[in-house]
Structure formats: structure tokens, C-alpha cells
Design a protein around this ligand. Sequence first.
Ligand code: M6R
Length: 607
Amino acid sequence: MCGIVGIVGHSPVAPLIVDALKRLEYRGYDSAGVATIEHGALARRRAEGKLINLERRLTADPLDGTIGIGHTRWATHGVPNETNAHPHFSDDVAIVHNGIIENFAELRSELEKDGYVFSSQTDTEVVAHLVSRELRRGARPVDAAFRALKQLRGAFALAIMFKGDDDLIVGARNGPPLAVGHGEGEMFLGSDAIALAPFTDSITYLEDGDWAVIRRNNIQIFDMSGEPVERLRRQSIGTSFLVDKGNHRHFMHKEIHEQPEVISHTLGHYVDFTNGTAKALDLPWDFAKVDRLAISACGTAYLAGLVGKYWFERLARLPVDIDVASEFRYREMPISKNSAALFVSQSGETADTLASLRYCRGEGVPIGAIVNVRESTMAREADVILPTLAGPEIGVASTKAFTCQLSVMASLAIRAGVARGHIAKGEEQVLVRQLAEAARLATQVIKLEDQIEKVARDLAHSRDVLYLGRDTNYPLALEGALKLKELSYIHAEGYAAGELKHGPIALIDENMPVVVIAPHDRIFEKTVSNMQEVAARGGKIILITDERGAANSTLETLDTIVLPDMPEIIAPILYALPVQMLAYHTAVFMGTDVDQPRNLAKSVTVE
Ligand code: M6R
């Protein structure tokens, strides 16, 4: 979950590396560092905290050199301080790493016995010492790197630089992504193509088990048996622009406000509004014939999948198994050849989701990836890419990617329903016309922001918050709690409203705000009963409902946020918005770092 960069260039590389690291800061922002070969010696600058601290350090104390490596860190082993920041050195070796070296403890004790002294608590430092030990044993740099790589277990993307050679970086990939960028008399290495976009759009993605010898004028790629391998060189579509916040205070705020537009773009990709049909996509499975759909994802993307389960089962009578990917990948789920599998991910790089995708590939199941980053590993490895057209999502908290994932899933469920004969032509037209209302209604919902900001002012004083919902509002309750936790650090739980009396009701007292997500749907009255149970115990209810719900609820609430009445199919998409705004404004009142909350990273490429 760190970002790594390497450049074998022909002008001073430190500023270029920092520029590339800015595009990778979504992968981690605990500390950052750059190393170059300066006047024949390894030199580095590192700084705790965000990249801006490293920039200040470099301004005060610049680094020269036309070859260099850089890193932005999300800490796994060792606290996020300068000592643990990458690059790590050992004698003549400098190294940056993304991933986890699983056998680092045994390697470390072995290296310590050989006299190596560790200056950090990281797993990465063992790699630097391993390469250095191979050099001491007489290996040439490339061979030393290869011998060290063969001793590693775990997940890694690595860039290794050697003091004696200012025309060499060795890159290696086993798990986390790594891209080589081809330039004119200069070469690049980066965690993704976007990082390298200002330098080149000619990209070769390394595959798992690949390692590359990168010099100014050529690149050789090998597998782990040391055999040369050919990898496709392709034109990247990555943009070199760093997205800005426009007039918004935070990226997250901008991304919330972009939703009417990106929902509309995404829906337009999957449904034909003019004819009122869900488009027949070129899928590697036939919805009419599959007997099960497996969905897997992490975090907010998982919750989009959970909403999808309700839709696929209700609209298409298609049974869905859904798991968080960290469980899916290890639970050895039996999966029949008549199944299809869907993986949902904004980044397309989440390690657990990718491993689950590979599990299904091994089982011979056709695979679709609902991804936002079209050049991601999941997009490349799936049989079909089902893109969300959300545009770059920079805020660590997922907002517009979520509602676009829901838009894809609603369209697919309608398509599946038609293919399986559960949705008649007329019904399909009605449903597609209802989807067409989503963007317009999203604009109206966003206008509730001032009221939601006032509600957030009170919520910011809470220690715990409970979110309740039934049916598709249950995943939204989970999403509301997740958003509030990750942004404001207030403890929050999401529950299926009917489950309240089976335990969590014990928590209710006059200090516990309970956010109830309850449009006036077929089970509204059931949810009202659950609200009565909360009210009877002094709980303070914040009700998010529609005009009919507000008119039909006899309960006294602390606040009622009233959305326009809307068709059931688009409700999960639109009810996500107040939930996002509530978490956003609570975090703003609390003064937390909204776009880069503590301990998190946008792309989670470790287990
Ligand atoms: O890139 P992905 O969609 O695979 O990421 C999955 C989760 O890490 C992500 O949704 C996370 O839960 C967000 N911080 C939620 O806002």
C-alpha cells in the first residue's frame, strides 16, 4: 500500500520523483523519501508525515543525481517515523518496497548473526541487507538482487539501486503492481501508470514473479527461474493531470458534488435511456444460464455488492453469494462451473479482492470486474471489465465510486432479470426510466446539505452512533457507520434494524444518536416499530426518509432529513448521499483530516 518510483534519467531526478510520488500519495502518507546517487555516493532525504514535509526537506537540502528511487509509505512494520521511512540502505544498496516480507523475522535473525545491524523496525530493511550480503559474497549487482529475491516470501514490489552503477535499477513484482515506463534515453518504474504519466505513456506492466533490469537504453524482464520473458508494451490512457479540488475545501466534498454527473455517465454506459432497455453487454456468461453469482469486494465496494445481492435476487431471481474478499479468498468456497463471479473495486488493486478473483479464475469461473481504474490489475485479469465512470476518486473515503458501483449493479440486475425472464419488456422500460431519474434527484438531495451540516454539528459531540436500516438500507446503514468511523473517528455501528432487539438495543440511552435510513417502502412500518423501540429507551433518532415517510412517521425525532419521494430501484443510490454528507460535515466539525484520514490509504495492496 505504499507507492514506489524509480528513474534512470538524464537530468536531476529528485524533483521528478517527488512529482510522481504526489500521484501515488493515495497509496499511503505516513512518511516519504527519495534516494539518488549523488557524486558517486548514495544519498537520501526522508521525512515523517505527508509528502509536503519531504518537499520542504528537499528545498532546504536538495539532492542531486540523475538516477533515483522514491517512496510514499503506509506503515506495516514499524511506526511511521523518519527512521522507518524508505529508502533503506545497506552498504552500497538502496531499496524501496511496497508489500510485506512474510519471512522477514527469520531473515532478520539470520542476517543479525552475520553481523548486520538494523537501523529500522521495517521488514524492508532485510531486503537491503540480503542484497548487500550477496554483493559481499562476490555477486554482481543484478545477480545479487536476483539471489536476494529468491529468498523472499510474501508480497512485494521493489526498486533496488546500487552505489557503483548509476545506470541500473532492479525492479521486482510479486503481488503489488509495478509498471515500467519507456522513455527516450531514460526509463521509469512506478506503482502505476498514472505516476509515470508526465514522463511517458509507453508502459509495460510486470506480472507476478517478474523482475526487471532497467537501464537508460534498455529493459530486460526475467521470471523467478531467471529466464527472460516478453511482456506487452502498451500505450497507457493515464492522464498526467493532477486533479484539483476546484472551489471545494476537500476532494471528498468535490466528489460528493460530482455524483449527479458521474451517476448519469455510468448509467448511460449500461442502459439505453431512449429505448428503455438495459444494454446487452458482451459478457463471458449468459445470465439466463448461470445458477449462482459470487460477489466479493472490500470495504465500501463490498457494501455496494451487498446492495447488488438484493437487486440480483429480487429482480432476476439469481442467487448471490457475497463475502468480504479477505474471507472469500481463504474459505475455499465450492463454486460450480455454472456460476459467474463479480469483483467490485474502485482501485482494481485491493490485494484481497484480487486474490479472490484469482481463486475464481483457478476454479474456471467467468469473471467480471466492476472497477474505476481501467488499467488496474483486476481490469487486466478479469474476463470482462465493467467500468464505473466516476473519474479519479482522490478522497480516501469512497463516495462517487460507491454510487457508480451501485449504478452498474442496478443496470446489470435489470439485464439479468430480462435475460432470465423475470422482467417483462414493459417492466424493463419502467425500471430504466426510473434509473434515468437518479441524476436529477441526486442534485435535489445535495441541496439538503445545509440541513445535514446542522445535524452533523450535533453528531460531532457523540461518542458512539448507531445506524439502522432494512433491506437495501441495511448495507447503507453499514456504509454510514463506516464513513463516520473512518472520517471522524467516532465509534459507529451499522445494524439491520430488525436485529436491534437481539443485542445492540442494550446500548441505547439518551446519549446515543441513532441514524435510521427508512424511505417509505414496503417495510417502512417495520422500521418504524424498530424506531419506537429506540425512542422508548430514550435514544435520539435522526431519521433519513422521504416525504411520504415523514408524513407517516408519528415518532418524535431529533432531526428528520426529508428526501424527495423516489422509485425503489434508485433509493440506495440516492440515500448514500445524505449518509456521505453527514459523515463529511461531522469530520469537518471535528477538524480531522477528511481527505487523508489517519491510518488509512486509498489503495490497500497488502493483506
Ligand atoms: O479500491 P477498492 O474499492 O477495492 O477499496 C476497497 C476499500 O478499501 C475501500 O472501499 C475503503 O473501505 C474506503 N476507505 C471506504 O470509504
